[in-house]
Ligand binder design. Sequence first.
Ligand SMILES: Cc1cc2nc3c(=O)[nH]c(=O)nc-3n(C[C@H](O)[C@H](O)[C@H](O)COP(=O)(O)OP(=O)(O)OC[C@H]3O[C@@H](n4cnc5c(N)ncnc54)[C@H](O)[C@@H]3O)c2cc1C
Length: 394
Amino acid sequence: MTIRALVGAFRNRSFATHFASYSRSLSTLVLAEHEGGSVKASSLSAVEAAKFLGEDNSVSLLLAGSGPSLQEAASHAASCHPSVSKVLLADSDKFTYPLAEAWAELVHVVQQRGSYSHIITGSGSFGKNILPRAAALLDVSPITDVIEITGSHLFVRPIYAGNALSTVRYTGSDPCMMTVRSTSFPLGAVSARSESNTAVIDKVDLSTFSEDYGVGKSKYIGLSSQDTERPDLGNARIVITGGRALKSAENFKMIEKLAEKLGAAVGATRAAVDAGFVPNELQVGQTGKIVAPELYMAFGVSGAIQHLAGMRDSKVIVAVNKDADAPIFQVWSNHTSLLSFSLSSLIQQDHQRLCEYDCSPTQDSLELQVADYGLVGDLFEIIPELLEKLPEKN
Ligand SMILES: Cc1cc2nc3c(=O)[nH]c(=O)nc-3n(C[C@H](O)[C@H](O)[C@H](O)COP(=O)(O)OP(=O)(O)OC[C@H]3O[C@@H](n4cnc5c(N)ncnc54)[C@H](O)[C@@H]3O)c2cc1C
């Protein structure tokens, strides 16, 4: 072979490789969580995220569990989102509880058969628990906390507790695995499918499922969750959060009452959780839940960077703190005074419109960095006044 032919062959080969990597069709496996016979909203957001990977992406949803609730969830999955073309059902006692080791091996088995180009899940504790283990079994490097998808292999994710955004190009082999923040891929107006147009439901063949990969190394002990009718913290329109300043679990009930009046979810800082005022599942922040409600009200929350990482994308942030220099009130360098407005302007007759209230800053050029509205005062006076003046929830 002449040198020219050799160079030509290399050229052709590199062209072929390049072409192959970009012309390959997309197929995405979404690892879905279900509860009470329904697919969770965070998993539907992962389906929504898959749409941004590119056109002609065939999306399969993987559900695991056992018993009638799995079958119910499968029916829901088959009709919940128009992008889902197939539901894969792993029905076994091994998956009665979502233990990461069993799930990781399941993903391994399903990927070996389906050769998906992408595997996506929500970045809640379910996804965070499973995805790294599954990625290790598949020998790829996962990308976590994706907030924007700009191409099939190009993603944006926050770093330094959300203080910078990093654009990541995935250059590894398939599958490209990632967790996505559900707040960045809201469901919007997803139209449910008609009964005649539901996705196919296929059972996963578990004959090659290996128990060697740590299955049995963890054990399900129990589930403790709050028996409440309040909206889910991750998807609520309004979140009312309390910090260490509440001082006790008893006092924290004021936050819960306020949330009830506003039809809001309750959140807490890590300091409040560590002090035992509320359970861990209510923690908002870098190591808690990420929320982006229309209205976020923070009472006695200093605004530590790790807390802000979980709520800074909220549309309107209201902070109540007795310290005018608290970081949550931080202002841009040359604007020094805090917004001051009367409590009565905060309270609307129609509490549905709470986030639309009008108020005038004391300085024309004032801009707040974190809180859109700040109130300097003692929460032990302000919350009771709010509770008294807000109308009862219908
Ligand atoms: C690796 C790591 C991860 C972390 N992850 C998280 C996380 O996910 N979420 C999180 O929240 N934190 C997290 N933290 C902890 C974080 O750094 C802060 O310590 C925590 O957020 C502080 O909580 P806080 O605002 O309730 O308490 P504090 O910082 O003690 O603030 C209490 C605030 O209440 C005000 N106050 C006191 N009394 C009153 C009153 N009567 N009326 C009104 N205001 C009052 C005070 O002025 C103060 O600003 C993390 C820390 C680390 C190191």
